[in-house]
Design a protein around this ligand. Structure first.
Ligand code: HEM
Length: 451
């Protein structure tokens, strides 16, 4: 890493008032309107129609042209806030998490405290370490294939079969409202076991907590509902049903301060966007040339590896990241090339900018799964260029292998013997740049048995 050589008195570039206002509108506007913790379908549809997320990329490119590679300080009353542009700065922020770059930013804390006040993401010091270790161990964060993968494959197969049977009988389109029923059942069974399959109320309670969390500081919260949700989750975890993540968690040595239900709330909550990403990947596979045949051939080969389906899923997350803003907050003053950044500064890494910077990446707006296949990133990206669907460094998502595993198993079960025809394929016309946002709630597919 290059040495950061500024002295404490040097000042980082600062955006003008007008550029700060434009940055807030274009960078925060789309994620906040769409709902940070729970998506609002009408706003998600509007974002696709107006190609709103393109503005995030364009704004970052304009700021980079005007102010250089930063970090750039925004001019905000009462809040010190920075944007990062240089790949080496992104790497530094992620690699030096949680100190001096804590994931526990004020905004994230306010939002997540509605659901999981003792969650690892909004904890600090030894409490964060112990909570993060719990998720790492139960989710087998370093393993490409989770030890319980065989059981997960059975669960996925059963739920997808019942979805496909329903589609055959109804002879109609499969839409989000059908897919999400199957996906939620998969998630409850994988995380908590078969006895939780029908516990729709648990999912509904979490939806209400997430809706309040969208408002962060501005919503008083539902403390009674939260307590009820955590009690019910604790009962599910206590069963430690064999073959579930609850059992994997129960096998871990009990460490004081872990707060298991708070960590598992994050798992259940984050499985929502994973379903959205899986459904978008299905749309890519249905529309991009040759993709469905390749997927079907891979699915027929069996096994949990499924490299192409994983790559297609990850490519969907590059194109439409479900965590568009990765937020950190500095715990002490930090020095950069051009100046010092005060303690308590919020840092935003704008994922869509790095994923879709068409001034740097020739394939920015195309489906390019080769990026995620062996050696793809090294050979196709400028050195050190970040793609961050799951963040990076010690704060990266502990489900970065588990999520692609579950999603690729689901896509394999869907595509092995069926063809999906998107109702409105023009939305993902391979001859045109892919849209900056893709509303999953309005996707629908006609399903036919493969010839
Ligand atoms: C599309 C699916 C998902 C994506 C794109 C994703 C992405 C991320 C990202 C970017 C972070 C870092 C957030 C930050 O720094 O503020 C994160 C954290 C986390 N994710 Fe995921 N995630 C997904 C699904 C899941 C699932 C299904 C689970 C659990 C089964 C999970 C467990 C966690 C946990 C426990 C953390 C907190 C880590 C920490 O405190 O350091 N994620 N995820």
């Amino acid at each position: 890493m290059t040495a950061y050589s500024a002295r404490a008195g040097d000042r980082l570039p600062q955006a003008s008032v007008a550029d700060t206002a434009a940055a807030l509108a274009d960078l925060l506007g789309p994620p906040i309107a769409k709902g940070v913790i729970l998506r609002r379908p009408r706003m998600v549809a509007l974002a696709e129609r107006l190609d709103l997320d393109r503005r995030m990329v364009r704004r970052m490119q304009a700021l980079r042209r005007r102010y250089g590679e930063g970090p750039l300080m925004l001019r905000l009353p009462g809040r010190s806030q920075a944007l990062v542009f240089a790949p080496e700065d992104v790497r530094r922020v992620l690699d030096w998490t949680p100190d001096p770059f804590s994931p526990d930013s004020s905004e994230k804390h306010a939002a997540l405290a509605h659901l999981e006040p003792r969650g690892s993401l909004i904890s600090r010091g030894p409490a964060r370490d112990v909570r993060r270790r719990f998720s790492d161990a139960a989710l087998a964060s370093d393993r490409r294939v989770h030890p319980l993968a065989d059981r997960f494959a059975t669960v996925v197969r059963q739920e997808v079969d019942s979805l496909l049977r329903w589609a055959d009988r109804a002879g109609s389109m499969i839409g989000w409202s059908d897919f999400v029923v199957a996906w939620s059942a998969i998630v409850r069974r994988v995380v908590l076991g078969d006895a939780a399959r029908e516990d729709h109320e648990l999912t509904d309670m979490l939806v209400r907590l997430r809706a309040a969390a969208n408002w962060a500081f501005l919503h008083p919260g539902h403390p009674a509902l939260r307590a009820r949700f955590h009690r019910r989750l604790a009962q599910h975890l206590a069963r430690a049903e064999p073959g579930s993540l609850a059992a994997a968690a129960a096998d871990l040595p009990a460490a004081p301060g872990t707060a298991p239900t708070d960590q598992v709330t994050q798992w259940l909550f984050a499985a929502g966007p994973a379903g959205i990403a899986g459904f978008r990947a299905l749309a890519l596979l249905a529309t991009q040339p040759g993709a469905a045949d390749r997927a079907a051939a891979e699915a027929a080969g069996g096994g949990p590896e499924l490299p192409f389906l994983r790559a297609a899923f990850l490519e969907g997350l590059r194109l439409w990241p479900t965590t568009p803003l990765i937020l950190r907050q500095t715990t002490q003053e930090t020095l950069w090339h051009d100046g010092a950044m005060p303690a308590g500064t919020g840092i935003a890494i704008v994922a869509p900018f790095f994923h879709r910077d068409d001034e740097t990446l020739p394939f920015a707006d195309r489906f390019h799964p080769a990026l995620w296949l062996d050696g793809g990133r090294e050979s196709r990206l400028p050195a050190g260029w970040p793609l961050l669907p799951f963040s990076g460094g010690p704060g990266k998502c502990p489900a970065r292998h588990l999520v692609p595993l579950l999603a690729s198993l689901t896509l394999a079960a869907l595509l092995e013997r069926h063809r999906f025809h998107m109702g409105d394929p023009g939305r993902l016309d391979p001859a045109r740049p892919l849209p900056s946002a893709l509303d999953p709630f309005s996707l629908a597919f006609a399903v036919r048995p493969a010839a």
